[in-house]
Design a protein around this ligand. Structure first.
Ligand code: GLA
Length: 407
């Protein structure tokens, strides 16, 4: 009797503990949407999986392939959601097996209404059945969108909790990415509803910033959100993110160069490599998910260097899980500071202006009273020692430093 009691308690604890360790650091990977939109198929996704491995992206930490909208082929006569048989003739389970055999994880996409944003079959009122299906395919992550759902926050909380519970009951660890674009302040409730990350803004476009000023964040759905528009919203929310629950300011733009498709719409005419590198630096500092969206099969050397800088990724993936705080915000530049688990400090200096600037920062002004070895993570070298930094920052460039206390 006693034996049964203890094993029942043990099982219960295991069940309660399940999922507690998900998304300990911001998820990383590659997402289909910006490059392929809904023109996805198993052949291209397998090629991307191969390229993630051969390019070194997987080794650098990009260990997920996130299938976005467009995979669905409706429901079968038992109402099980099925993939489009033309796009995925071997089925999603076979694709998951392939992706797993490469050491990668597989994400999938649905929506908390009857149809997704691109008009495909979605999961409202089929949460348990779909979660079971995803688990049976060995899915590791679900991006759960919110097109076609009501405006109010209470319904959103309920619909996300319904899917989170269904995933939990599926007995497979499936990370839940909430995607209602920040319109209902999900940083206040998404973790409690069972999500591990939540989009904070409208979809990112391949541009530095919107040519018109948005009077409220949701205007960016219409105006098209650039890197700066999204950064300025997300950087104010860093207090809400941490281990197991992350702000998601959407995908990385590096390597897209104004490609036609979702990221190229609403003024997404492309950015310079300096701007793409800035996005990588700022996303790393804000502990954002690092989700590449360019064609990794053909990316150039500059894009590889932007996406695969080990030291920059280490700032993002640091075990302390503390996103940066904005210490200085003036018209022309910003300074961010992020504490790291070994006691080092990361500092970013963003030149927001259209001109090269000479900037001097005094570390004591941020409460950093010691002497520091200053490592420039894009030059990949130690550039000095002391209590301050003084140098030039190009227009739209972000300098990224790791400071190590020294005598
Ligand atoms: C919404 C999401 C995007 C993408 C599309 C797919 O716009 O915010 O990230 O998933 O839907 O239709």
């Amino acid at each position: 009797m006693k034996k049964y009691f203890f094993s029942a308690v043990f099982c219960c604890l295991v069940y309660l503990g399940k999922g507690q360790n998900m998304a300990q650091t911001p998820p990383m990977g590659w997402m289909t949407w910006n490059y392929f939109a809904d023109n996805i198929n198993e052949k291209d996704i397998k090629e991307i999986a191969d390229a993630l491995v051969s390019s070194g992206m997987a080794k650098a930490g990009y260990n997920h392939i996130f299938i976005d909208d467009g995979w669905q082929g409706g429901r079968d006569n038992r109402n099980n959601i099925i993939p489009d048989p033309m796009k995925f003739p071997s089925g999603i389970k076979a694709l998951a097996d392939y992706v797993h055999s490469k050491g990668l994880k597989l994400g999938i996409y649905s929506d908390a209404a009857s149809l997704t944003c691109a008009g495909y079959t979605a999961s409202l009122n089929f949460e348990q059945q779909d979660a079971k299906t995803f688990a049976s395919w060995d899915i590791d992550y679900l991006k759960y969108d919110y097109c076609g759902a009501p405006e109010d926050t209470e319904t959103a909380k309920k619909r996300y909790a319904a899917m989170a519970n269904a995933l939990r009951e599926s007995k497979r660890e499936i990370v839940l990415g909430v995607c209602e674009w920040g319109d209902r302040q999900p940083w206040l409730w998404a973790k409690e509803a069972g999500g591990q990350l939540w989009r904070t803004t409208a979809d990112i476009r391949d541009k530095w910033k919107s040519s018109q000023l948005a009077s409220k964040p949701s205007d960016l759905h219409r105006l098209g959100a650039g890197i700066m528009d999204i950064y300025d919203i997300n950087v104010e929310l860093t207090q809400y993110a941490g281990t197991g629950g992350w702000n998601d300011p959407d995908m990385l733009m590096a390597g897209l160069y104004g490609k036609k498709g979702p990221s190229g719409e609403l003024g997404g005419k492309g950015c310079t490599d300096v701007e793409y590198r800035s996005q990588m630096s700022l996303w790393a500092m804000m502990s954002s998910p690092l989700i590449a969206s360019n064609d990794v099969r053909t990316m150039n050397e500059v894009t590889k260097r932007i996406l695969m800088n080990k030291e920059v990724i280490a700032i993002n993936q640091d075990a302390l899980g503390k996103p940066a705080v904005r210490k200085i915000k003036i018209e022309t530049y910003d300074v961010l500071m992020k504490p790291l688990s070994n006691g080092d400090i990361a500092i970013a200096i963003l030149n927001r202006s259209d001109k090269t600037q000479t900037i001097k920062i005094n570390l004591e002004a941020f409460g950093l009273t010691g002497n520091y070895l200053i490592n420039d993570l894009w030059l990949n070298k130690m550039i000095g020692k002391g209590k301050s930094w003084n140098g030039t920052v190009e227009s739209h460039e972000t300098k990224l430093f790791r400071l190590q206390a020294s005598k």
